[in-house]
Design a protein around this ligand. Structure first.
Ligand code: KG4
Ligand code: ZN
Length: 345
């Protein structure tokens, strides 16, 4: 049974994990970099890349030791090859190339978004293709039909900011700390979601896409009035995001003749309990099965990259040692650009 080592370094998490193709997670080592970036209120790409350099090999050694394996016991080495902060992506990919060359094992270049997209199948053996996936992270907000490994139809995307980005900016405006998403969720739990009137961009729109930039600006304006407690702004913001996601999801579902059996949420923002609860409700309304990875598997980690590697390996998909790192890498290259700049397409 193939055993895959997976490396992740596309943002501010350095991770190495070992997964067997029967879904056993043999090791899962991760080092966050929050302390490196906190003073700047956001991830600094150059600092992240340097930290990945220092942390990656010790994490690989920890993962191998935890699994009780030698590099020669590994069947293939997977790494995130994009999209992401290019300096960090290169650190993980070059490390994987060096290990693959040294151990004479195949290399698998994984799309980070495919890592998120397939992660629910690591913990749910019954989740079959096709499924409908809401992928919500720091860099993306997309609705995808997942037809199989490497087979994605992008049904909707954001026309401006990613949803995690909106959480992070809101946290920064409210001085709630870093990383932003969990801080906003914690503050929201102590606030009144009806206290601050905030817009719901694209609510009721006759197109499937998402938008969060206007909401972020509204948070800034509400904060500047000095009239509202940060907890109330956080709660009102989280409610507005949840309403927007629900409306856009319902719009796409209402236009679908053949609904997939499962509605799945993945990516860092899928760790948010209010958003999970909303999606679970929508799934129930449409008689779809609701699947969400455990919280640790929602935010960036190595196990999702190792698992995507295992799925690709099983499909016979490996890559040459000169495969390039890609700062941009859409899951569905055939998708039409969304209205607006399509920046986050
Ligand atoms: O998937 P991820 O770890 O990295 C990317 O690929 O972007 O997602 C990180 C994003 C960040 O914007 C973070 O603030 C957000 O996920 N996030 C959350 C929560 N936990 C992480 N957003 C809302 N609520 C949370 N509990
Ligand atoms: Zn991610």
């Amino acid at each position: 049974m193939p055993i895959i080592l997976g490396l992740e370094s596309s943002c501010d998490e350095t991770a190495a994990a070992i997964v067997r193709s029967d879904r056993t997670i043999l090791a899962h080592a991760l080092a966050g970099q929050d302390d490196h970036h906190r003073a700047f209120g956001g991830v600094v790409p150059e600092i992240a890349a340097r930290a990945h350099c220092e942390l990656m090999m010790p994490l690989v050694e920890t993962a191998l030791a935890d699994a009780g394996l030698a590099l020669t016991d590994i069947d293939a080495i997977a790494a995130t090859a994009g999209p992401g902060l290019i300096g960090g992506v290169m650190v993980g990919l070059v490390t994987a190339k060096a290990l693959a060359m040294a151990a004479d094992k195949p290399l698998i270049a994984v799309n980070h978004l495919e890592g998120h997209a397939l992660s629910p199948r690591l913990i749910d053996a019954d989740l079959q293709f096709p499924y409908l996936l809401l992928l919500v992270s720091g860099g993306h907000c997309q609705l995808l039909r997942v037809r199989g490994v490497g087979q994605y139809d992008r049904l909707a995307t954001t026309i401006d900011d990613a949803v995690g980005e909106a959480f992070d900016k809101t946290a920064k405006i409210l001085s709630l700390g870093f990383p932003g998403g969990p801080a906003v969720e914690k503050a929201a739990a102590m606030g009144n979601a009806a206290a601050v009137p905030l817009p719901r961009p694209l609510l009721g729109a006759k197109e499937p896409h998402f938008s969060f930039a206007g909401l972020k600006s509204a948070v800034l304006r509400a904060f500047a009035t000095g009239d509202y407690a940060p907890e109330d702004i956080a709660a009102s913001f989280q409610a507005a995001v949840t309403d927007c996601l629900a409306d856009r999801l319902e719009y796409s579902l209402s236009r679908m003749d053949h609904k997939p059996a499962a509605l799945v949420v993945a990516g860092g923002v899928a760790a948010n309990m209010a958003i999970r609860a909303m999606i679970e409700k929508i799934a129930a309304r449409h008689a779809m099965r609701f699947v969400a990875p455990p919280l640790w598997l929602c935010t960036d980690n190595g196990a999702m990259i190792a698992w995507a590697g295992a799925e690709r390996f099983a499909a016979g998909l490996t890559d040459p040692l000169d495969v390039a790192a890609r700062p941009r890498w859409p899951l569905d290259p055939a998708a039409q650009p969304a209205r607006g700049a399509g920046v986050k397409a």
